[in-house]
Design a binder for this molecule. Structure first.
Ligand SMILES: Nc1ncnc2c1ncn2[C@@H]1O[C@H](COP(=O)(O)OP(=O)(O)OP(=O)(O)O)[C@@H](O)[C@H]1O
Length: 230
C-alpha cells in the first residue's frame, strides 16, 4: 500500500491535505478541478516537494525524506520527459542506469522494452523524429524498464487525440497494470478512469479524498464530484 499519513503540502498560500491509502497493484485515477493540487500530490510522492507535515509510506516503510532517485517511484509527466539530444534507445536505457553505458544484455533489455510498447526498430531515432504517440510509448518503455513498483502518470497522454489516448491507456493497463505496478494517474477525463482505473479519488477543496471503486465513484458521486462534473 502507498499511504499518505496526515500529509500536508504547502506551496505559498496553497494547502493540500491527504490522509489516504492507495491500494498496491491498483490503478487509481486522480480527478479534480484545475489547480486543486493533483500535480502537487504527485510531486510530493515523487520526492520533488517536501511535505509541511505528515508521512509517506510504501509497504510500511517510511519514504518521506528519501530523495527522488532513492524512492520506489517513477513518473511520466505531460512532456514525457525525453531528452531531445539522446536517441530513443538511450532515453529508455536511462530507466536501467543513468550513466548510459549499457552492456549487450542491457541493450537487449532496452530492445525488449521498446518492442513491448510497439517501438521495435525505432531505438536509433531522436525523440523529435517520433510522433507524439510514439514519444508517449518511449516514456512508458523507460518506466517499464526502471522497474519501480509505484508509477505516477501526470496527464502524459492529454495532448494525444482520443483514439491514440485510448491506445496508450490500454497499453498502460496491459503493461504496468498487468505487472502489478501501483499506478496513480492524473486525468481530467472521467472516460480515462472508467477505461482502466480500479479506483478513483477526488482532489478538491484542499483535500485528497479516499479512493473509491471506479464504478461506484461515478455512479454515486459525492456532492463535490457532482459539482466538478457539472
Ligand atoms: N511552485 C509553486 N509555487 C507556488 N504555488 C504553486 C507552485 N506550483 C503550483 N502551485 C499552486 O498550487 C496549486 C495546485 O497546483 P497543481 O498544479 O498541483 O494543481 P492541479 O490540480 O495539478 O491542476 P491542473 O489540473 O490545472 O494541472 C495551484 O494553486 C498552483 O497555483
Amino acid at each position: 500500500m502507498l499511504i499518505c499519513d496526515k500529509l500536508v503540502l504547502q506551496q505559498d498560500d496553497f494547502r493540500l491535505t491527504a490522509d489516504v491509502t492507495f491500494g498496491a497493484g491498483k490503478i487509481t485515477a486522480l480527478i479534480g478541478p484545475s489547480g486543486a493540487g493533483k500535480s502537487t500530490l504527485l510531486a510530493a510522492l515523487a520526492g520533488f516537494l517536501a511535505p509541511a507535515a505528515g508521512r509517506v509510506l510504501w509497504q510500511e516503510t517510511e519514504i518521506t525524506a528519501l530523495p527522488p532517485g532513492a524512492r520506489p517511484v517513477s513518473a511520466i509527466f505531460q512532456d514525457n520527459n525525453l531528452f531531445a539530444h539522446l536517441s530513443i534507445a538511450q532515453n529508455v536505457g536511462l530507466g536501467l542506469r543513468p550513466a548510459l553505458h549499457l552492456g549487450a544484455a542491457e541493450r537487449a533489455e532496452v530492445d525488449r522494452a521498446l518492442a513491448s510498447v510497439g517501438l521495435a526498430g525505432l531505438g536509433a531515432r531522436k525523440p523529435a523524429a517520433l510522433s507524439g504517440g510514439q514519444q508517449s510509448r518511449a516514456a512508458l518503455a523507460r518506466v517499464l524498464l526502471a522497474d519501480r513498483p509505484v508509477v505516477l502518470l501526470d496527464e502524459p497522454f492529454a495532448a494525444l487525440g482520443p483514439g491514440l489516448k485510448d491506445d496508450m491507456l490500454d497499453l498502460v493497463q496491459a503493461t504496468l497494470g498487468a505487472a502489478g505496478r501501483t499506478v496513480l494517474m492524473v486525468t481530467h477525463d472521467p472516460g480515462d478512469a472508467r477505461r482502466i482505473a480500479d479506483a478513483a479519488c477526488l482532489v478538491a477543496d484542499g483535500t485528497v479524498s479516499a479512493p473509491v471503486a471506479t464504478q461506484a465513484f461515478f455512479d454515486a458521486p459525492s456532492a463535490a464530484l457532482a459539482a466538478y462534473l457539472g
